[in-house]
Design a protein around this ligand. Structure first.
Ligand code: CU
Length: 139
């Protein structure tokens, strides 16, 4: 699972760099200095959108906020069901499952071991990260 997340990150980074290269060549053809600056800015933006250090996640309609978080090994993560629709917090590997919960409920899970863990809502997402899904990176 960690490998899958890493591949996804590499893919995103590669696509970002590719996009930066394309836009810089369109706007400033043959000016490598500008291209390098654009690539650096893109990298910084990607870092900003990366995982948030928190152990509290909202299960909203229809996404997890924030969708990517980081916690320390041994930390407990709490999901707050704030959306009007019912949702679940289900490990991609099915190792834990909140079952369907409604607005106002909370669900907690303790992550004992470092790694990258994907989860999803069985009603609105899938185990491969599509739709309503999230990632917990444990360090
Ligand atoms: Cu849902």
């Amino acid at each position: 699972m960690a490998r899958q997340a890493r591949i996804s990150l590499i893919l995103v980074a590669t696509l970002s760099l590719f996009g930066a290269a394309c836009s810089s060549s369109n706007e400033t053809a043959g000016t490598p200095t500008n291209g390098a600056t654009t690539a650096a800015a893109t990298t910084a933006a990607a870092t900003t959108a990366a995982a948030v250090a928190t152990n509290s996640v909202d299960a909203a309609d229809f996404n997890f906020k924030p969708a990517a978080i980081t916690v320390k090994a041994g930390d407990t993560v709490t999901w707050h069901f704030v959306g009007a629709s019912p949702h679940t917090v289900t490990a991609a590997d099915k190792s834990y499952d909140s079952k369907v919960l409604n607005k106002g409920a909370t669900y907690t899970h303790m992550y004992a071991t470092a790694g990258t863990y994907q989860y999803y809502c069985t009603l609105h997402g899938n185990a491969t990260g599509g739709g309503m899904a999230g990632t917990v990176t444990v360090t």
